[in-house]
Structures are given as C-alpha cells and as structure tokens.
Design a protein around this ligand. Structure first.
Ligand code: NAP
Ligand code: ZN
Length: 352
C-alpha cells in the first residue's frame, strides 16, 4: 500500500478538500497510473451531494472522478498490454466479474458484481473505491483503455464518461446519414452528443435553455438550434425526429420532446435527475414511440469510441482548471456555466 494525494468530500454539504488516501500496490494484472487530467462530470456533483441516495447512497469520505487520463508508472507481474510510460485512460468502471452474460456480451456496465471507479465497495482494501480527483490510481489492466496518440489529453479525459455515454446510445439506435437527431441540453454530455451525431452524418438539432450557447452549438456541429422555451419552434419539429438524446441533469418536461419523435422514434435518457420524470402515456402511444435509457458503455465500445475520436479528431471542449478551483467549478456546473467540460490538471495537486 502507498499514500496518494486526493480531494475528498467529507459529507454531502462539505466542500471538497485535500486529503491523503491509501491505494493498493499494483499486483498481478494491475496497472498504476499517474493521473494527468480528470474531467468533472455532473454525476460527481450528484454523488458528492448524495442526490442519488435512494439508488446509490454516497459513502464518505467521497473522492469522485471517473474521466481519467494518465501515464502508466508501474505494472503487476502479469500485465501484458501496458508498460511504464504508456498513456492510459480509465472511465467509470474498475472491475467486474468477467464471466456473467453481461460481461461476456461486452456490457460490463451491467455486471451484477460491478465495481465503479468511486463509491463502490473496494474488494481489495475494504471501504469504498476512490476516484480520479487524485494524483494516481490502480486498476486491473482490463479496465485501462488505450489513448490514441493524436488527441489532446485534457480534452480526452471527458471522453471516458461524457464521450462513451453519448456515443453508445447513438450506435445502439443506429444514428447515421439521413437520421434527424435531437440533443437536449448543451453541457458536458450534450456537446459530445452533438459532435458524435454530426460525425455520424446526422442532421443535428440542439435544444437548449441557454440562448448564449447558440453560436457554440453550430460550431460544435448542430444544423439547427432551438431555445426550448420557444413554443412555436418546438411545434415546428413535431413528429419529425428519429432519435433524441436527453442529457438534462435536472427535472424537466420530457413530454415536450417525446412529441417531437416520428413513428417508432426513440428518446434515450442519459441525464439522471434526482426526481422521477412524468411521462404522458399518449405521448408514447400515439406514434408507437420508444422511451429508453442508457448507461455509459462497455470496455470494447469505449475503446471503439476513443478510436472513432482519433479518426475524426474529436475531443471535448474543455476549460482546464487547477484542482483548487473544483468547488467553484461545481457551482458553475449547476448554473449551466461550463463551455463545455471542466478538466482538472492534476499537476496542480502534485504541487500542493
Ligand atoms: P452538465 O454539463 O451540467 O449539462 C447538463 C445540461 O442540461 C446543462 O448544460 C443545461 O444545458 C441543461 N440543463 C440544466 N438544468 C436544466 C433544467 N433545469 N432544465 C433544462 N435543461 C437544463 O451535466 P453533464 O455532465 O452533461 O451530465 C448530464 C446528466 O447526465 C447528469 O444528470 C449526469 O449525472 C448524467 N450522466 C449520466 C450518465 C449515464 O451513463 N447515463 C453518464 C454521465 C452523466 P442548456 O444550458 O443547453 O439548457
Ligand atoms: Zn460521468
């Protein structure tokens, strides 16, 4: 075991603060990464503040962070895919049983014995796992992804959650040339959704509550931008979408978006608001519409997404911050004031 630096929340109402934590030494199939960048996902805010208490109560101290890019500094004796000095990335998963039907299907995110990167029982040290707001992390090599050499590293970190969470449902619902795709909410997930839908050849419409994001939406790849409070513009799109990705982190009216789907169209929720969303049965019945959900993505698909980003030159648009600004960043995230993902430069933690 060794001591690592981190930022942790001591309770649901406490700001994140510096801490020293214990990590295991890399053994067997483990790799240890020096973390270079870690993205700030809205899920970090939900969990630090225990907003998902009914589904996955937060255990304190909580060290969030599941958008990790780093450099391998040590490997266990059985590691074959990485050597010290390699770049590697870690997303939301750090272990699974590897044998169940979900794992066999490459859908490790649905394994019943899954270990999440943070706030999951730690099968090595007891307590819970600690995430990427830290100077290092140790994971089995199966959960470390290859980072393509041509991508900016600060902008690559958010691909490990915001990227795969938006890429996976678009593949699942066969977004491609000729698809009309809506992206609801232009935040961390939403802006990646726009980039992917555009790269896949779709006609992309962004729905935003923030008039100030319109120009950015077009720059990111949107063909049209609709301010969601504009009832006329909303009505003009009724019954026309093949697929809509809803990334909103707070309570909102999803029926307004269900009504925009064509027959057999699909709305996929990836946003995870604390409160249940009300669904009008008729919104679904009328055109045999589908309402679905999606959770990050499996390991193979995450690697596929990284390789897709390499081919298409896609990374997240990031505002790089020192870790000392993390609490301010959380407040800005809650005000939808991020263009479009915060990425923590972990050199700032090493200097502390
Ligand atoms: P984010 O950066 O805060 O983006 C969310 C966006 O939603 C905001 O930028 C804003 O966009 C819009 N929005 C916020 N409040 C709203 C409201 N009251 N009404 C309507 N729109 C509102 O968050 P994120 O990191 O992208 O995460 C989004 C959600 O996805 C979170 O709930 C997160 O926990 C969840 N998530 C799920 C998965 C999964 O696997 N399913 C993975 C990661 C994250 P505009 O300014 O454009 O309106
Ligand atoms: Zn996330």
């Amino acid at each position: 075991m060794y001591e690592a630096k981190a930022y942790c929340a001591a309770s649901a109402s406490a700001p994140l603060a510096p801490a020293r934590i214990t990590r295991r030494d890399p053994a067997g199939h483990d790799v240890r990464l020096e973390i270079l960048y870690c993205g700030i996902c809205h899920s970090d805010v939900h969990q630090v503040r225990n907003e998902w208490s009914s589904i996955m109560p937060t255990v304190y101290p909580c060290i969030p962070g599941h958008e990790i890019v780093g450099r391998v500094t040590a490997v266990g004796s059985q590691v074959t895919r990485f050597t010290p000095g390699d770049l590697a990335a870690v997303g939301c998963l750090v272990d699974s049983d590897g044998v169940c039907a979900q794992c066999q299907a490459g859908l490790e995110q649905f394994c019943p014995d899954l270990t999440l990167t943070y706030n999951s029982p730690d099968r090595h040290l007891g307590g819970v796992t600690y995430g990427g707001y830290s100077d290092s992390i140790v994971v089995p090599e199966r959960f470390a992804l290859r980072v393509p050499g041509n991508l900016d590293l600060a902008g690559t970190a958010p691909l490990l959650c915001a990227g795969i969470t938006t890429y996976s449902p678009m593949r699942r619902w066969q977004v491609g040339a000729g698809s009309k795709v809506g992206v609801v909410g232009l935040g961390g997930l939403g802006h990646m959704g726009v980039k992917f839908a555009h790269a896949l050849g779709a006609h992309v419409v962004v729905f935003t509550t923030s008039p100030g994001k319109q120009q950015d939406a077009v720059r990111l790849g949107a063909d049209e931008v609709v301010i969601s409070s504009d009832a006329n513009r909303m009505r003009s799109h009724a019954g026309s979408f093949d697929f809509i990705l809803d990334t909103v982190a707070a309570s909102h009216d999803i029926n307004a978006y269900l009504n925009l789907l064509r027959r057999d169209g699909t709305l996929t929720l990836v946003g995870a608001p604390q409160e249940p969303l009300a669904v009008s049965a008729f919104g679904l019945l009328m055109r045999r519409r589908n309402l679905s959900g999606s959770l990050i993505g499996g390991l193979a698909e995450t690697q596929e997404m990284l390789d897709f980003c390499s081919t298409h030159g896609i990374t997240a648009d990031v505002e790089v911050i020192p870790i000392q600004k993390v609490n301010e960043a959380y407040e800005r995230l809650l005000r939808s004031d991020v263009r479009y993902r915060f990425s923590i430069d972990m050199a700032s933690l090493r200097l502390e």
